[in-house]
Design a protein around this ligand. Structure first.
Ligand SMILES: [Zn+2]
Ligand SMILES: [Zn+2]
Length: 372
């Protein structure tokens, strides 16, 4: 049997690089050779045992790669060797939820998220892609891996916070927390036409990146109550839309207090325990406000649109990729990322160690050489 290298969840706080069977595609499935992937905050929750997955599962849900093998039924749609991305969420396109337009919930609650959750994920040399027809998105020529590695999850999720919040041209928007997803929500607010974009965080480095991506005002929570500052900036009303991108009671409550009557709280965070909404923070339920939640939109058309923004120069996501590692060095990459050391935003992981050196040059040149 062919084998491959993969990072496997063993138990709480324990991941390991192991030799495991290489997947083979059945009808409608594809196998891609992973060239670049990354670590998500959700992976940290999994490794810490805060989100349960089966021991032995390969983690990771942000794949960039090359088609290695195609199952039956995909003739003429894709070719071997083609560079592709697959979204973190892989909707089937056929079930009740997909046909009702809620693709991320494919098959039932949070069911569209399969990689590194219910099936093997992208921290490996090869990845089996289900429903390949609905999920393989070809990468436009000239875009290197690290320019698009945020499209499967972080950019899609962050932008969806702005989309679900239904930001209109001229809106005032506050984005609570400027981790990678919050930063992409800030970028999303700019793309959706917000006039005033207020970025909130406790990390000055992240606030500086937020300015690069579109924030006009940054508020450091260490300097005082951000809600009071937001009210001052909006004639006492509050913002039209607040985006919560952390998943804590504190930021949720601040986001709720920050929106005006009739405003929208667009929530991206992953919460645990109980979430409380104090009655006065939402006008005792009489404030005509909306609270919306969103799970990362996936599927090949979504991913095509995100990469088109990159291809045509509307966004540049490469400043968010701050570090790169060989997949073999996953433990060092995980430690750096999970402890937010050295100004890290996202780490690029390359199964082929040679790519760790090559990719920055490819990024700089805007070129890709598949021999790397
Ligand atoms: Zn993720
Ligand atoms: Zn479905």
């Amino acid at each position: 049997m062919d084998t491959m290298k993969a990072v496997v969840f063993k138990e709480k706080d324990h991941i390991a690089v192991e030799e495991v069977p290489k997947p083979a595609p059945r009808a409608g499935e594809a196998v891609i050779r992973i060239t670049t992937t990354t670590i998500c905050g959700t992976d940290v929750h999994i490794v810490r045992g805060e989100y349960p997955v089966k021991p032995g599962l390969i983690l990771g849900h942000e794949p960039v790669g090359v088609i290695e093998e195609l199952g039956a039924g995909l003739d003429g749609l894709y070719s071997i060797g083609q560079r592709v991305i697959v979204g973190a969420i892989t909707p089937c396109g056929q079930c009740f939820y997909c046909l009702n337009g809620v693709h991320s919930q494919c098959g039932g609650g949070v069911g569209g998220w399969r990689f590194g959750n219910t099936i093997n994920g992208a921290w490996a040399e090869y990845l089996l892609v289900p429903d390949a027809r609905a999920n393989l998105a070809p990468i436009p020529d000239g875009l290197p891996d690290e320019a698009v590695v945020l499209c499967p999850d972080i950019f899609s999720t962050g932008l969806s916070g702005a989309e679900s919040g239904n930001i209109r041209v001229g809106d005032a928007v506050a984005v609570f927390a400027q981790g990678p997803i919050g930063l992409c929500a800030t970028l999303g607010a700019r793309l959706k036409g917000a006039s005033l974009i207020i970025a909130v965080d406790a990390n000055t480095h992240r606030l500086a990146v937020a300015r690069q991506l579109g924030a006009n005002v940054t508020l450091n929570v260490a300097d005082g109550d951000p809600v009071a500052a937001i009210k001052r900036l909006t004639d006492g009303r509050g913002v039209d839309v607040a985006i919560e991108a952390l998943g804590r009671q504190e930021t949720f409550e601040s986001a709720l207090r920050a929106i005006r009557p009739g405003g929208t709280l667009s929530s991206l965070g992953v919460y645990s325990g109980k979430l409380v909404a104090p009655y006065e923070a939402f006008y005792a339920g009489l404030g005509d406000q909306k609270i919306v939640t969103t799970l990362c939109p996936g599927g090949k058309e979504r991913i095509r649109r995100l990469m088109a923004m990159d291809e045509h120069g509307r966004v540049d996501l490469t400043p968010l990729v701050t570090h790169r590692f060989a997949l073999d060095d996953i433990q060092a990459a995980y430690d750096l990322f999970s402890h937010q050391q050295d100004g890290v935003l996202k780490v690029a992981l390359h199964p082929d160690a040679a790519r760790v050196e090559a990719e920055p040059e490819l990024v700089a040149a805007g070129l890709i050489d598949e021999q790397c």
